[in-house]
Structure formats: C-alpha cells, structure tokens
Ligand binder design. Structure first.
Ligand code: NAD
Length: 462
C-alpha cells in the first residue's frame, strides 16, 4: 500500500458501526495500513459499554472523539478532519437524515466517502410534501458536487454499500434476468416484494432517538425498506423489456398514530409481561406520529405508447410477526439491536420475466440470528439452463461478497490513489439515480396522503 488510510466515522458510536465498520477495521488492521482516526458523534464512543469492537479499536488507534456540538457547522467538522487529522476516508453511518450534510461537505473538501443506506433522507419527509421532494433535489446537488469534485480529484469515490446487492442469491437473480434480457429483450412484467420487518415497539419506545427511531420524522422507508426499493431499481435495470416509465401508487399505509390507536402491541405486551411504564404513550410531535410503519405500493410499468406492460408490488410491513422476548428497558434505545429483540428480516420476492422465467427469493431471519435464503427458479423449456433450480443458502450473509471485503477493496484503491473499479456491489453515486427517484416518489405519496392531496406523482423514466 502506497498510503496510509485515515478513517473517520460519522455516527461511529452507533450499533451498525460497532457490528460492522469498526469490527471490519479491527480485523483489517493486520493486512492494511489503516487507522480509525476520529469518530464524529454526539455520543462519546468510549461510553457505550455494549460496543466492544468500538471501544477496543478506539483504544488501539487512540481515536479522537469529535462532538458535532463543538463546531459551528458541518463544514467546520469536515475541514478539521481533513486539515488537522489528515482523514482521507469518511464512513457515514449516522441517522439517515444527517447523511446529506456530511456527504456534500466531504465532496467539497475532496474526501472519499462510503455512505450507509439510504444515502439521503430528509427530516419530516413522511408528512411534508416539500420535504419529501427535497430528497431528489439533494441527490441532484450531491451528484453535481461529485462531478465537480472529481474534476479536481479524479479518483475521488462516493459510494454506498447495500448488503442485498452482495448476497449470492440476489446477484444470481439479477444476472439470470439480464442474460435472458440480452438474448430475447424480454423484460420483467410482474414482480412482488413482500417484506416483513418484524419490529415490535412498545409505546414508550416510540420516542427513542436513533437511526431506527422516528424523531427525525421518517419511518420504515428510511430504515430497511430502501434495500428493496434499490432491488426493484436493480432488477428492472437488468431486464427493462419495453418499460420506459414506472408510475408509483400508494395502496395502504399504517402510521405511528394508527399503531397507537389500534393497540396491536398488546398481545406481545402480555406475553413478555411488559411493565406499565412501557405502555405509557409518549407525547410525540405530529411529524413523528405521521411516520410510516407499514406501506404498500404498486408501480405500473408503461411502454413508450403509455400502455401498461407490467406491474411491481412492494409491500413493506415494518410491524409484523416478531420473536421479541425482551422486556422494556428504558436504557435500551433500539430493542431490535439486542438478542431477543426479535427484529425479523423476512422477504418473499417473486419475479416474472414475461413467459420465460420466474425467480423466487425467500429470505428468513431474525436480526442477530441464523439467516437462510431459499432461491427457486423456473425456466421455460426453450431457455438455456435447467427447468427448475432450487438452492438453500444456510448462513446466507456469508455468501457472495462480505462487507469486510468491500471495505478492504475500497481502502486499497484509496491507498493506491486509483479510481475505484471492480465490484458490481459498490454503487457509485450516479448509479443510485433510479432507486432515489422511486424512493422520493414513495415519500411524496406518503406525504400527499397525510395532507389529503391527490395520490398522484409523475411517472419515473427508467
Ligand atoms: N442496524 C443495522 O442493521 C444496519 C444495517 C445496515 C445499515 N445500517 C445503517 O447504518 C446507519 C446507522 O444505523 P445504526 O443502526 O447504527 O443506528 P444508531 O442509532 O445505533 O447509530 C447512529 C449513530 O449516529 C449518531 N448521530 C445521530 N445524528 C448525528 C449527527 N448529526 N452527526 C453525527 N452523528 C450522529 C447517533 O448518536 C448514533 O450514535 C443508518 O444509516 C442505517 O440505515 C444499519
């Protein structure tokens, strides 16, 4: 390696930084010249006792804690990282609504960025139409800044890592769709994504802060649903067929106020014998009460004559079956991040490519527990390959490319001062366009429904 890579993590005191970024940096220290130079977070990383990897890494690397409150603005923080601490890679792992301000500032100062999903969210996008539309504007601003920065620093990287894209089962489906598309021009004409988040939050927990909380005025779409919006964009790009435009429609939505009114958490409460204080409904802002939990969209696929050629359904149920056994604990910010928290990651994905093939991905796991994916494919007899293919992936997260390998790959390119190439999983900023367009339109619909405005948004060009 030519150059040492000095890393700063925004939101480095959080759960995902500990279980993923900081763990990977610790493990990669044997093979790469890297240092966790700074953590930018309102929480002192050394005070979060359950974050063992973070505490160990901060001790080895003598990591500097930067509290954003001590700086005038984000630019001052990033300038300090660059000029005083010589940071050349920033990993953004804070609450999604803070990603943009750090990202744009890093581009201004020519620092490489790896950004967790979603690359952008916006405060109160669930209830304000203007805030929802602003996501698209921020993406455009980020893109302009990226092209501008690359004129000065030609190898500068800004990319997001999406775990679904690295799994062998998802990659296999994308490749099979693309193979048949290249041969026949057949496109996806029917796709269903049914996702169950398996989250159970007790009323008192709804006022907890954090990336998977609701105080920023955004809900499940900014949590895990983005993975599946990205998968829709990805699969459609692999086999668009005659589709030139997709038109999103909102079919149902359950918001926090509906959840509180329905009291559908009571069966879990009685099973785990939750204390009375867990049932106290906190005083929440109208923006938090309006956050989306369960949402259902359809996306009409139109050809250039505006004739419908297909349909996609995305049903994202954040609140669904859960194996939660953990009782209420005031000091626990996100019960789903703990063993026994019961956060599920179940999906059923069914993709049809005209009459030529059908692929199904069934993912079934509890966060922090075993994870399996069942992949099934059926091909028309005239299509090359076996008629029926079935594979069961035990430990599905260990298949494909690991998060550690991706980080190592990016670090090597920064150290060698080369332009990042090589992994299809790594999404450079311009490649997020379609996913961001869909995601923004979904938020626009959610906010329109909240404001009793007509449930219509313009079609999205693909
Ligand atoms: N939890 C997961 O399984 C998971 C998986 C993949 C990706 N992610 C992504 O990682 C990111 C973090 O998620 P998490 O689960 O670690 O959440 P978390 O709430 O545990 O951590 C977020 C951290 O960001 C800090 N933070 C909040 N606002 C900030 C600001 N303005 N500046 C600096 N720091 C700020 C918080 O204090 C906290 O320490 C999110 O973008 C999330 O989508 C999480």
């Amino acid at each position: 390696m030519k150059k040492k890579v000095n890393i700063a993590i925004i939101g480095g005191s959080g759960y995902w930084s500990d279980r993923n970024h900081n763990k990977n940096i610790l493990e990669l220290k044997d093979e790469l010249t890297i240092q966790l130079t700074a953590i930018v977070d309102p929480i002192d990383p050394r005070t979060v006792n359950i974050n063992n990897n973070t505490i160990k890494l901060c001790t080895i690397d003598n990591t500097v804690w930067i509290n954003p409150k001590d700086f005038k603005n984000t630019d001052e923080i990033i300038k300090n990282l660059k000029e005083k601490l010589d940071v050349n890679l920033v990993i953004i792992a804070s609450n999604p609504c803070a990603h943009f301000e750090y990202g744009i500032s890093c581009l201004k100062y020519g620092i490489n960025v790896i950004c967790d999903k979603p690359i952008i969210s916006n405060y109160n996008a669930s209830t304000s139409i203007a805030a929802a539309s602003h996501i698209r504007e921020q993406y455009n601003e980020l893109l302009e800044a990226y092209y501008r920065a690359r004129r000065q620093y030609p190898n500068l990287m800004f990319h997001s890592i999406l775990r679904r894209r690295s799994l062998e089962s998802f990659t296999k489906v994308a490749n099979e769709l693309n193979k048949v598309y290249k041969k026949t021009k057949a496109g996806i004409n029917n796709m269903t994504m049914l996702i169950n988040g398996g989250v159970c939050k007790l009323p008192a927990e709804l006022s907890n802060p954090g990336a998977h909380g609701y105080l920023d005025g955004v809900g499940s779409l900014s949590h895990s649903a983005y993975h599946y919006i990205d998968a829709i964009a990805w699969f459609v790009s692999m086999a668009p067929g005659k589709t030139v435009e997709i038109v999103p429609k909102l079919n149902y939505i359950t918001r926090i106020n509906d959840y509180l009114d329905s009291e559908t958490y009571t069966s879990i409460v009685s099973i785990i014998n939750a204390s009375q204080d867990s049932l106290l409904k906190p005083k929440l802002s109208k923006e938090t009460l309006g956050c989306e939990l369960n949402v259902g969209f359809t996306f009409i696929m139109n050809n250039k004559e505006n004739i419908q050629v297909g349909i996609i359904s995305l049903l994202f149920n954040h609140i669904s079956f859960t194996t939660r056994i953990n009782n209420y604990d005031k000091s626990v910010r996100e019960p789903g991040d703990h063993k026994g928290g019961g956060r599920m990651s179940q999906s059923f994905i069914d993709v049809h490519q005209e009459g030529l093939q059908n692929w199904q991905i069934m993912k079934n796991n509890v966060a922090l527990g075993d994870n399996t994916i069942l992949l099934q494919g059926r091909r028309h007899p005239s299509i090359e390959g076996v008629g029926f293919e079935c594979k069961n992936y035990e430990n599905a997260y260990d298949t494909g490319i690991s998060m550690k390998e991706l980080l190592a790959h990016a670090i090597k390119y920064i150290a060698e001062e080369k332009d990042l190439i090589g992994h299809s999983v790594i999404r450079e900023l311009p490649e997020e366009r379609l996913a961001i367009d869909i995601y923004t339109s979904c938020y626009e619909l959610i906010a329109r429904e909240y404001n009793s405005e007509p449930l219509q948004v313009p079609g999205i060009k693909i």
